[in-house]
Design a protein around this ligand. Structure first.
Ligand SMILES: *Cc1c(COP(=O)(O)O)cnc(C)c1O
Length: 495
């Protein structure tokens, strides 16, 4: 299924400028309804702006074509590990556009926004139930922001208890980069804890690091290796015995919905990524939502504000007694809260449980079908995502990046690469529950076909993609100095 159509490529690379013909117009201006005025003086006029001159159909075709170049969850499987790129039900968009929700203003008086507050209160209750925790704040605006909020609560808690010497945060070496970044932003030092040969936390290494200078542990469950941490209860106990607190990075909650409650395992805080597990759209740095769910120990430290129910079934914003204060201008990305609420209400408890079941079954299906051709670093069943290593492909001088680029030619979005850092040449595949059998099989076939290509014609894979408007970019420069618009001197800024 090699998509390598030179004509298509040609078309994709055609810039509007290249089809410009002097005098051609895509618009007609309405007749003048104001008095004519003179042109500004000649020295203020420029003649160095070259606008493309095209017809209306050319213009429409150009932009329509551009609109098809983006790949999203509505285009096909989006197996970007750790990101939980699941389908976003369109019904949510109806809910969020209801005038009472769409037009609510963050500083209107509580008594005039009772419906919105009730929704927030109910969502807090559901999230507490789902995570097995005591209280919830919906204020954090992303997962990383939830981490920041959680560790601020840890700091407030230790200061309150006179434990000012606690400055060190323990983090398993498989962790997402935001975990150590968050700890560092709060002025803590980070100690990395090793992973054992089965993909669990190395318990000896953990015990060696625990002491009276430890703020706590940040841990992801299931881990970013896609594995359920077998010692999790023992780990929480050990950290608590050392006077520390346990932060749960709940970005992987899609594996646990309705099956396991982090609060019951001993977590003091767990953040949720509503934009992952609860299916609110994300990507492109769009609005996120990272509510923090806390145990009884920390409920008084939650940020300002949480929504509380008072007499007569009315609701208001409340600042908890020992609150760490405001963490954002207002009280969360409300549109995301409405979508997550709709998701939970539509699915119900049984539906949520089936989400995690299907997410885990799908990942294990991919594991079973690909483990003969891609190296599986930990010989265990996985949770909602499976991590392979392209080490075998590396013997043919093909890297994880090349496999990912080749997938683009097969019409699929690549998986996450080179993360977690402890897996060499990592390919991290998270199919999510949204994919049906046919979608999974098509993706698996492409991966198997690429594995064959690696053995038979590795240079084909090394130079992929052939079907994309851009082929190989300098990834660092593309991220830091993106070229986002057409420029007359574009040739000079080619990446
Ligand atoms: C996505 C993710 C985060 C960060 O969440 P953001 O909403 O992107 O800030 C943290 N940890 C893990 C494991 C994640 O997958």
């Amino acid at each position: 299924m090699l998509i390598n159509n030179p004509k298509l490529l040609e078309k994709q690379r055609t810039l509007l400028m290249d089809v410009s013909v002097a005098g051609r117009r895509a618009s007609t201006t309405p007749s003048m309804d104001v008095p004519l005025s003179d042109m500004p003086p000649a020295e203020l006029l420029r003649d160095d702006l070259h606008f493309p001159e095209v017809s209306e159909p050319q213009l429409i075709r150009y932009f329509t074509h551009l609109s098809t170049l983006n790949y999203g969850v509505d285009s096909g499987i989006y197996p970007l590990g750790s990101c939980t790129m699941k389908y976003n039900p369109k019904l949510h968009e109806d809910a969020v556009r209801l005038p009472g929700f769409a037009n609510v203003h963050p500083i209107q008086p509580d008594e005039t926004a009772q419906g919105a507050l009730q929704l927030m209160h109910n969502l807090q209750t559901y999230l507490a139930e789902i995570t097995g925790t005591s209280a919830v704040s919906l204020a954090p605006l992303a997962g990383a922001h939830g981490e920041f909020t959680g560790l601020q609560m840890f700091r407030a808690y230790h200061l309150e208890h006179g434990q000012i010497q606690r400055k060190r945060v323990l983090i398993p070496d498989s962790a997402h980069g935001t975990n150590p970044a968050t700890a560092a932003m709060l002025g803590f030092t980070v100690t990395s804890v090793a992973t054992d040969n089965d993909g669990n936390v190395d318990m000896d290494a953990l015990h060696k690091e625990l002491g009276t200078d430890v703020v706590g542990l940040m841990i992801t469950l299931p881990s970013t290796l896609g594995l359920f941490e077998r010692h999790i209860v023992e780990i929480c106990k050990a950290v608590h015995e050392a006077g520390g607190l346990v932060y749960g990075d709940g970005a992987n909650m899609n594996a646990l919905l309705g099956q396991v409650k982090p609060g019951a395992l001993g977590f003091d805080v767990v953040h949720l990524n509503l934009h992952k597990t609860f299916s609110t759209p994300h990507g492109g740095g769009g609005p996120g939502s990272g509510p923090v769910c806390v145990s009884e120990t920390l409920r008084d430290y939650l940020p300002d504000a949480v929504v509380v129910k008072i007499a007569n079934n009315t609701y208001k914003f409340h600042r908890p007694a020992k609150s760490i204060g405001k963490i954002a201008a207002f009280n969360g990305n409300f549109g995301m809260l409405v979508r997550a609420y709709a998701y939970i209400r539509i699915l119900g408890a049984e539906g949520l449980k089936s989400i995690s079941e299907n997410a885990v079954i799908n990942a294990n299906y991919v594991l079973a079908k690909l483990k003969g051709d891609y190296l599986l670093p930990y010989q265990r069943l996985c949770m909602h995502e499976v991590i392979f290593s392209a080490k075998r492909q590396k013997e043919h001088n093909v890297r994880a990046l090349d496999v990912a680029k080749r997938l683009i030619d097969y019409g699929f979005h690549p998986p996450t690469m080179y993360f977690p850092l402890i897996v060499e040449e990592a390919l991290m595949i998270e199919p999510t529950e949204s994919e049906g059998r046919e979608g999974l099989d098509a993706f698996i076939d492409a991966m198997l076909s690429i594995a064959r290509e690696v053995e038979e014609q590795p240079e084909l894979v090394r130079n992929a993609p052939y079907s994309a408007p851009m082929t190989r970019l300098d990834e660092a420069r593309a991220a830091r100095q993106p070229v986002l618009r057409w420029r007359a001197d574009a040739d000079k800024q080619k990446i």
